[in-house]
Design a protein around this ligand. Sequence first.
Ligand code: OGA
Ligand code: ZN
Length: 376
Amino acid sequence: MTITDLAVLPGMLAVTWTDGTLTRYPTIWLRDNCPSGLHPQTQERTLDLLSLDHSPELVAAERSGPHIGLRYADGHLSTMPVAFLDAHRPGMAAADAAALPATLWRADLGAAGIPRHGARAILADDAALHAWLADTAAFGLSIVEGLDDRVSAGTDIAGRIGFLRRTNFGTTFEVVSKPDPNNLAYTSVALPLHTDLPNQEVPPGYQFLHCLANEAQGGGSVFADGFAIAADLRAGDPEAFRLLSEIAIPFRFHDEGTDISVRQPVLTLDGKGDLIEVRFNAHIAGVFDMPSDQMPAYYGAYRAFMARTRDPAYRLTLKLKAGEMVVFDNRRVLHGREAFDPSTGHRHLHGCYVDRGEFASRLRVLARGRTEAAAA
Ligand code: OGA
Ligand code: ZN
């Protein structure tokens, strides 16, 4: 957008835009963001904020093409791009190519409604990678199909996004029924809907489960959108939602070599009150330790959330086939599986995680490439 008027006011610059909106930029902000304060190569800030007055005095402002020139009482001259001022209006979050709104889903999405993308295209083509990541960000869930029949085929796809997240289960993990399991996942029992590793300070972001074999009887996969469950709980039982977002509970995993534990609420909200994370795993929830007079109400809220995870209105079930990989935001979408009978056939999933920050970074870099292509 272009500027129709500039006015120097005490302690601020007032900008009127062509759509009639007015934006006020405090002079301390203008000086803090003067391009001369950035390292020319890295674009990181080198300016020392404390070298400025708290309210630098602006004496003149004028437009010159795509920039505005600012002159300060101490003699400093700034050349600020109009596009920068437009993109960073105080009080408005700057556009973020990774901040894709969540499309909440329930059982009526149907397993057939889960976005599907082809492995070959994701590996070969950045536009296909971008389309897959955008769908996975919106739904919190997607299926990649056509993977090669080798253990590293899933990590090859995950590696297109960024670094794999290493945990106490390794950089990758084999979901197979094992003789001496340290985790219920490594048995053949049913796993009720859960998020993985809520006992970690930061639970893993996106989870990848590449199906190499699923020949046993049973072993279907179950998913539910934790954000949809929480949104409905917030609307229908706001007190339960409040308790789940305000009261921290312990989560703990321990085996011979580890004892990893945190205290966090089931629902984490951001500073604006929006839900950003679900931690729900009945198997590794620790011993609740809120005061006893809060316990009955807390159990009521926790059971209300848990009951929704059992409600068919939220659940999608499907049986993964060899060559398919399910990908989901482990801090949003709950996953589980039906029991299977290992005597009837082999079942083998190969798993890994990529954190949300890596995922968002790849989305931004891919969007950057697209903006440049569109501008050329
Ligand atoms: C897990 C898990 C699901 C499955 O390994 O954490 O949830 O389908 N596995 O076996
Ligand atoms: Zn799991």
